[in-house]
Design a protein around this ligand. Structure first.
Ligand code: 5GP
Length: 203
């Protein structure tokens, strides 16, 4: 399906949310989905294979994890995050399992890939209904849990994330996200590249 306009994006604008992406011809690609679905690997492959696409680097208050690649996040204290938020420094932000995550303001004219959760994608859609929103999913819940444990999550954290995945999947459907099942990395990347190319022809 090559349609990504949300069925509905009702208004719950977040306090302090700022919308300074300059050009509406900039394509925003939102990559959401449960941890363990492979978003990070897919995001890197997309950016490496596309000279016109930049990866947004989020800020987070969570601690560094063993599988975080260099430069994955800007790691900050809660105080630093809140200060930046009050100054209008985020395009969108959200609290996920007790930690804050936010997309910093971009002044770039290049297409931008945001690896964010569905609540963040919702905020993006409120400002840019033409954003391409993709929900990357694992083939099934058992495989998702297995991947989370394999990457070092504790059992309780993996359970929490698996629960959260069910809620996010439903919300993504409601918002009109395109769902992409990652059972083969290269095939998934190719599928998303085709969706991006189709979206570029429309912005
Ligand atoms: P993790 O702790 O596994 O790196 O990320 C937890 C969740 O936060 C993931 O769903 C990830 O996509 C999301 N996330 C990462 N950065 C941002 C951000 O800047 N904004 C929002 N809304 N979510 C983010």
């Amino acid at each position: 399906m090559l349609s990504w306009l949300p069925a509905s994006a009702d208004s719950d604008r977040r306090l302090g949310c700022h919308w300074p992406v300059r050009s509406t011809s900039v394509l925003l690609v939102v990559l959401s989905g449960p941890g363990g679905a492979g978003k990070g690997t897919i995001a890197r492959a997309l950016v490496e294979g596309d000279a016109a696409l930049d990866l947004s680097r989020s800020w987070t208050t969570r601690g560094r994890r063993a599988d975080d690649i260099e430069g994955a996040y800007v790691f900050v204290t809660r105080e630093e995050f809140e200060e930046h938020r009050e100054a209008g420094g985020f395009l969108e932000w959200n609290e996920f399992l007790g930690e804050l995550y936010g997309t910093p303001v971009s002044n770039s004219d290049r297409d931008l890939l945001l690896e964010i959760d569905v609540a963040g994608g919702h905020q993006v859609l409120e400002h840019r209904r033409d954003a391409l929103c993709l929900f990357v999913d694992a083939p099934d819940d058992e495989e998702l849990r297995r991947r989370l444990l394999a990457r070092g999550d504790s059992i309780s954290r993996a359970d929490q994330r698996a629960e959260e995945a069910i809620r996010e999947r439903a919300e993504a459907d409601r918002l009109g996200y395109v769902r992409v099942v990652n059972d083969d990395l290269q095939a998934t990347v190719s599928e998303i590249q085709s969706l991006i190319e189709a979206a570029r022809r429309q912005v």
